[in-house]
Design a protein around this ligand. Structure first.
Ligand SMILES: C[S@@+](CC[C@H](N)C(=O)[O-])C[C@H]1O[C@@H](n2cnc3c(N)ncnc32)[C@H](O)[C@@H]1O
Length: 316
């Protein structure tokens, strides 16, 4: 049977030659394997075979920026120099940052209902915040649920491994197209309309931005250096890039960071039921930390966390 062109390329570790498919740099199967190992080690991301072209096009920019001729040269340099800035650029290049305001909308009424029944002030961690649409949607939901005054004490920690998306998130500026599906009430309450040079743009209002703190955090780090507990953790559409052992490690690190009865929000295609016993499914892609696990593993409670009351068994 005739092998397809793609199969031939994979099977024989054939290099993609300069000029082939309009490519400027030599890119072999060995290079792709090395990239996969490095990004898995650094960020937990498992790149599947069909991400080969994506890896080429995104990293080719790094080769141009460094005036290099081949992927081998770039990867050698990346490992030899061990330059944090190049590792950051490498990681930023390989993340996928698709997101939207009020994405997977069914989660937000659940969050709104949940926070009204929690001890105040509530804290939410958005652990793969990308360009900010998700943490701002969370902050907007807290304002709607708790009122402007109630929400003033609430906090949203927004983290991501990718420093480039975090910079965009912090700016809080978006194209109007990205918010046009929101209700007129939300648009008016939470956004400022750009004029002049910023026509066609919107900016998240300062009172929403003030609730959100952005920080870089790698979910595969051993210690997140977080010394607080959260009422809710959003970890949506990032675990799909991790293999099962990595998912289990991340979920294990979430456990002591959740207040009793805390909720974990997952992405639409993510299922943690077979990964951990600690989180029980309570609704569509919403998990609750089981109380015994929270009690057994919680770190020394700080004054901030000691005031929280258990609302285990919430209705979703
Ligand atoms: C597809 S976006 C999802 C954004 C948002 N959570 C949503 O559901 O709309 C995935 C995000 O996970 C981030 N990410 C990937 N690996 C990560 C890691 N090891 N630690 C933290 N964030 C990571 C990426 O940078 C990206 O912004």
């Amino acid at each position: 049977m005739m092998a397809t062109r793609a199969q031939q390329r994979t099977d024989r570790a054939e290099p993609v030659r300069s000029g082939e498919q309009g490519r400027d740099f030599e890119f072999t199967s060995a290079d792709f394997t090395r990239i996969r190992e490095l990004i898995h080690r650094g960020a937990g991301i498992s790149l599947s075979d069909h991400k080969r072209d994506m890896a080429y096009s995104r990293l080719a920019r790094r080769l141009r920026a460094r005036s290099l001729d081949s992927f081998k040269q770039y990867l050698d340099l990346l490992e030899a120099e061990n330059d944090p800035a190049e590792w950051e650029a490498f990681t930023n290049a390989l993340t996928t940052n698709l997101t939207a305001f009020f994405r997977e909308a069914h989660h937000f009424p659940i969050l709104a209902d949940f926070v009204t029944r929690r001890a105040q002030p509530v804290s939410v961690w958005c652990s793969a915040a990308s360009t900010g649409e998700e943490p701002y949607s969370i902050a907007m939901t807290l304002i709607e649920a708790l009122g402007e005054t109630g929400a003033r004490q609430a906090t949203v920690l927004a983290t991501d491994i990718d420093t480039q998306v975090l910079a965009k998130a912090e700016a809080g500026m978006y194209q109007f197209d990205q918010v046009k599906h929101l209700s007129p009430e939300r648009l008016k309450r939470f956004f400022l309309k750009g004029t002049g040079a910023h026509a066609g743009m919107v900016k998240v209002r300062p009172q929403v931005r003030a609730m959100v703190r952005f920080e870089q955090l790698n979910l595969t780090d051993r210690d997140y250096q977080l010394r607080t507990q959260f009422d809710a953790i959003f970890c949506r559409n990032v675990m799909i890039y991790f293999d099962k052992p990595t998912q289990a490690q991340v979920l294990g690190r979430f456990e002591p960071l959740m207040k009793s009865g805390g909720l974990l929000f997952a992405g639409h295609s993510e299922n943690f039921t077979y990964v951990t016993q600690a989180f029980k499914l309570r609704g569509q892609t919403v998990y609750e930390l089981t109380r015994d696990v929270a009690g057994a593993r919680a770190p020394t409670r700080t004054a901030a966390t000691a005031s929280s009351t258990s609302t285990s068994g919430v209705t979703i």
